[in-house]
Design a protein around this ligand. Structure first.
Ligand SMILES: Cc1ncc(COP(=O)(O)O)c(C=O)c1O
Length: 359
């Protein structure tokens, strides 16, 4: 189903030797500083990157650093991974599930305008989610923030490749299943210096320039070993990106005669990601997945039937989620990997063709 490929031991080895020499293992050592600087260089001048133990922690700490009124509503799309909702709750806020656009699979600003007045009055932030690595209309969210004054935090967990902007604070995951993976890890990118400083402080016991804790905080730092993997991953990123794109193009071409299969706009051509989610006719995802399974082709519904379905969020408010419910029954995650071979792609395409004929 998924076959992540992180940097080889050989590629990481020179960085491990640097750790041996420096004898500096955590607490913002030279490798982590270099890793953050190289990540920041992917964004316009002025962007700052703060690495944290994982993207869920980045979301929690950034929401805390934003100083939002406790118990306020945060609008999130129902079509997301459970981490988005968990982070809101862990930050002492309340998720409100919003429906997504059926074509982009993402929440749009006009969905916020139609929130019930009581929710709108108590709305303290919005977290648009970049569905599986697609960016969405960031300009529309910038305008929304300017016009309403409501803070926007982008959950760009899977958008390592597509995200090149820092004027909306954004969170990227470096989990092993993501395009650039360390195993576990994540980062905030922002052009807001104070926000970056505050997230850093919250990730390291509330310290800032002294051994006295200034604010209630946690420990969510990345070690030098994680940075070693990250630096090796960045060394091969341009080549890896092309390999992801090549696998994606092969898969697209092999499904060219399947009008019932729809890819996310720009997937594998304008941006790359580590997963392949296709939309099949409404309601047919479970049958298609079962037919593929019967042929030994595993699939995954990465976001289940939507985040709002999880019992953990049964008490969370929500509006009409008809598009999310439809996506939950029509999106299938196909097997995908950076090194998916042509015979494997042919096998997936043929099995999917048969599954669709039956569905
Ligand atoms: C949309 C979304 N947000 C947040 C996360 C959490 O990332 P992490 O596993 O780094 O905590 C994920 C992970 O897949 C995700 O898909």
């Amino acid at each position: 189903m998924a076959r992540p490929r992180l940097p080889s031991a050989e590629a990481i080895f020179p960085y491990l030797q640097r750790i041996d020499t420096a004898r500096w293992y955590s607490n913002f050592g030279p490798l982590l500083s270099e890793f953050e600087a190289r990540l920041a260089a992917r964004f316009p001048a002025g962007a700052e990157v703060v690495t944290v133990a994982n993207a869920t922690q980045v979301l929690i700490l950034t929401l805390k650093a934003m100083g939002l009124p406790a118990g306020g509503y945060v609008a999130i799309p129902a079509w997301t991974f459970v981490a988005t909702a968990h982070a809101v709750i862990q930050a002492g806020l309340r998720p409100w599930f919003v429906d997504v656009d059926p074509d982009t699979w993402m929440m749009a600003p006009d969905a916020i305008e139609s929130l019930p007045a009581a929710v709108r009055d108590d709305l303290v932030a919005v977290i648009p989610v970049c569905a599986f690595g697609a960016l969405g209309d960031l300009g529309a969210w910038r305008r929304f923030r300017e016009e309403t004054g409501v803070p926007v935090l982008l959950d760009a967990a899977a958008a390592f490749d597509a995200l090149r902007d820092a004027d909306l604070p954004a969170v990227v995951s470096l989990h092993a299943t993501k395009a650039l993976g360390l195993g576990e890890g994540g980062f905030l990118v922002t052009d807001d210096h104070d926000l970056a400083l505050s997230v850093r402080q919250l990730s390291t016991f509330g310290f800032q320039g002294s051994r006295e804790s200034q604010v209630p905080a946690t420990n969510a730092k990345l070690s030098e070993y994680a940075a070693a993997v990250g630096l090796a991953a960045l060394d091969s990123w341009e080549a890896d990106r092309l390999q992801f794109a090549r696998a994606a193009q092969h898969l697209r071409i092999s499904l060219i005669d399947q009008p019932k299969v729809r890819f996310q706009p720009g997937w594998g051509s304008e941006w790359v990601t580590s997963v392949c989610n296709v939309r099949v006719p409404d309601g047919s995802a479970p049958a298609v997945a079962a037919a593929l399974q019967a042929e030994g082709v595993e699939t995954r519904q990465w976001w289940g039937r939507g985040c709002h379905i999880s019992p953990a969020f049964a008490d969370c408010g929500r509006g009409d989620l008809r598009h999310t419910d439809r996506l939950g029954a029509s999106v299938v995650g196909l097997p995908f990997a950076i090194d998916l071979s042509v015979p494997e792609i042919r096998r997936i395409a043929a099995a999917l063709g048969r599954a669709l004929a039956e569905a």
